[in-house]
Design a protein around this ligand. Sequence first.
Ligand SMILES: C[S@@+](CC[C@H](N)C(=O)[O-])C[C@H]1O[C@@H](n2cnc3c(N)ncnc32)[C@H](O)[C@@H]1O
Length: 243
Amino acid sequence: MAARVMMATAVDKTPSRIAGMFDAIAPRYDLLNHLLSAGLDRRWRDRAVDALGLAPGSRVVDLCTGTGDLAIATVRRADRASVVGVDFAGEMLRLAAIKVRGGGLGGRIRLARGDAARIPLADRSCDAATVAFGIRNVAEPQPVLAEIARVLRPGGRLAILEFGQPRLPGIKTLYAWYFRYGLPLIGRLVSRHQSAYSYLPASVGAFPPPPEFVRAIGSEGFTNVRAVSLTLGIVYLYTADRR
Ligand SMILES: C[S@@+](CC[C@H](N)C(=O)[O-])C[C@H]1O[C@@H](n2cnc3c(N)ncnc32)[C@H](O)[C@@H]1O
């Protein structure tokens, strides 16, 4: 029986609410990403791309692509790779399109407005799939994992980045304080959005712990599922191969 991804506490993930929230913070999204992670977010995305070990010319789908940073990192790091970036927040995609055009990457990155639970691509049409800091936001991760399995060819690779919670004593307490108080305050001041940066720690707290999410991935037709802790467990990189 497929392992179900359980949410520890209720966080409102109604798609229209999530899309509206990201549309509202879109203009400050990139700035806050770099600021709140002290620039580490770029390194985490590069690690995810490198973990895919893409062959030249690979076709990749980047779900919850947002402002496109992972899609852009993918085509910059992987020889002749092409990416379809999917997101349901129009304003995030509009900013992604500006960056893609500005970087002269229009021939390699296509952006599509859509829901990760209904990927607008054919069965077995992708060599790899990525999701950076998006899976925690979807209403139900399990059907999204099943959709990813549908569009990947056998042997296709999956890389998912998601926030975790450091477990090292000392670091755990410091980070918990930053995540609970510092980050929401900075996020609110810079984005001028009242709840988006309180939702972030709440949604991370409600996300399944790595061993449980590894089982959820494995139950949807993936093998070699691994969770690698990055930056003391602040982020986890999940990788897997489509059977
Ligand atoms: C935290 S942002 C991550 C953006 C980008 N991947 C990055 O690394 O910066 C999460 C994104 O997921 C999108 N999203 C959440 N649930 C989604 C869904 N079910 N289908 C499509 N996009 C979704 C949001 O609109 C938002 O742009």
